[in-house]
Design a protein around this ligand. Structure first.
Ligand code: ADP
Ligand code: MG
Length: 404
């Protein structure tokens, strides 16, 4: 791997090591609903402790508006981290202020502490390069070296990801190494047939990856919110379903390119159409070309792929040797519209080849639907970062670690 790894930092015993993790876990109040990202950050933290380092953890949580906000405190994450490590993990009440300095000063070798949410400072995500650089310099005063391990944010040019990596001797942590090894396997030598399953709701964000994937894969299965723009590109009416009108032409182009390249872009033959966007909405299954021919007419919404589509997708997945899946097939948060997502997850769990689930909501979906992490080859902690990597983009947070 062409990137600086932990070994490049030399002997870390007694050193103050700033570690950028991604502890951005989903919360219900103060309860963590999926601690996957905290677990994923453990290998690096444990390794650094074993080396006798003083481990100072940085992270963001949610999108506070550049000011301290109790709802986005890292307190629940620090508490969970302490439970998982079986040791005390104090939380500083600021990121670079007096509390942070006092917390670090009180640390002994092998200790772990967390600094409060980096996004409580507007400089973290500022568009102004100087503002980010001076915030990074203030963070850098707290440590001797920097380890970047927040894979979910490496595609962001943010102070604690990009500028901090340039302000101190820096290297990638074990999570970033693991994630990259998996993604490189997907881009370099995936075993064929290689199938990509796409869904979710960030339609325009995700369409870009298709043009990069088309020359590299055998099959693309389209579900979730993005499928309605494809159905519209085929000339079908989609009722009130999620639709990005300005992307219809792009989708038409992808369908054309796919047939030229001999790649199968498979759209669901049937759809679950609901009367409204709610968990108890009346709903029916119709063929994909008849979305407006339900009792709900043009106000019907496609909220899941139908049972025939789910079976078709499952068959295609089981026939594959490599599968990358990003984006739920339906509004899985509502049980009535979770079947497509559940069926895809179980097909991935059953297949004998290499399966990767990427994306915050996709990972949360498989876990809340009762699947175990070990059912899959790999669950990526960052959806946006994974997709941008697969698109062949330069990720600032990796570039700063010597990635080429
Ligand atoms: P990820 O975080 O895995 O990258 P996204 O953030 O793109 O995925 O999308 C996840 C969201 O997509 C879920 O909250 C889900 O409810 C929503 N979704 C899936 N299918 C549909 C649909 N047909 N209409 C509206 N939203 C959908
Ligand atoms: Mg998401």
């Amino acid at each position: 791997m062409k990137l600086r790894t932990l070994d490049s930092l030399g002997d870390l015993s007694g050193k103050k090591v700033l570690v950028r993790c991604d502890l951005n876990v989903p919360l219900a109040g103060r309860d963590i609903t999926d601690d996957g990202r905290i677990r994923a950050s453990l290998p690096t933290i444990v390794r650094l402790r074993e080396q006798g380092a003083r481990v100072i953890v940085l992270s963001h949580l949610g999108r506070p508006e550049g000011a301290p906000d109790e709802r986005f405190s890292l307190a629940p994450a620090a508490h969970r981290l302490a439970e998982l490590l079986g040791t005390d993990v104090p939380l500083a009440s600021d990121t670079v202020g007096p509390s942070a300095h006092a917390t670090v000063a009180a640390m002994s070798d092998g200790d772990v502490a967390v600094l409060e949410n980096v996004r409580f400072s507007p400089a973290e995500t500022s568009k102004d390069d100087d503002a980010r650089a001076s915030f990074a310099a203030a963070i850098a005063e707290l440590g001797d070296v920097f380890v970047s391990d927040g894979f979910g944010v490496v595609h962001r040019k943010q102070a604690s990801v990009y500028e901090l990596a340039r302000a101190l001797p820096s290297a990638a942590g074990l999570l970033i190494e693991t994630e990259l090894r998996v993604l490189e396997k997907l881009t370099a030598t995936p075993e064929r047939p290689y199938t990509v399953v796409l869904g979710g709701s960030k339609v325009s964000d995700k369409l870009g990856v298709i043009s990069h994937l088309l020359p590299r894969v055998d099959t693309i299965l389209i579900g979730g919110g993005m499928l309605y723009t494809f159905l519209a590109a085929q000339g079908h009416a989609v009722g009130a379903s999620l639709l990005e009108k300005d992307q219809i032409e792009t989708c038409r182009d992808y369908l054309r390119q796919a047939s030229e390249l001999g790649v199968d872009i498979i759209l669901p033959p049937d759809i679950v159409v609901a009367a409204s966007f709610s968990a108890d909405a009346e709903h029916v299954v119709v063929s994909a070309d008849s979305i407006e021919e339900t009792p709900f007419g043009a106000s019907g919404l496609g909220l899941d792929i139908g049972p025939e589509a789910a079976e078709l997708f499952a068959t295609k997945i089981r026939e594959s040797k490599t599968v990358f899946w990003n984006g739920p097939a339906g509004v899985f948060e509502m049980p009535a519209f979770a079947n497509g997502t559940r069926r895809i997850a179980s097909a991935l769990a059953d297949m004998s080849g290499f399966s990767v689930v990427g994306g915050g909501d996709s990972a949360a979906a498989v876990r809340t639907l009762g699947f175990a992490d070990s059912d899959f080859g790999h669950i990526a902690t960052g959806g946006g970062a994974s997709l941008e990597f697969l698109e062949g983009k330069t990720l600032p947070g990796l570039e700063a670690l010597g990635w080429q």
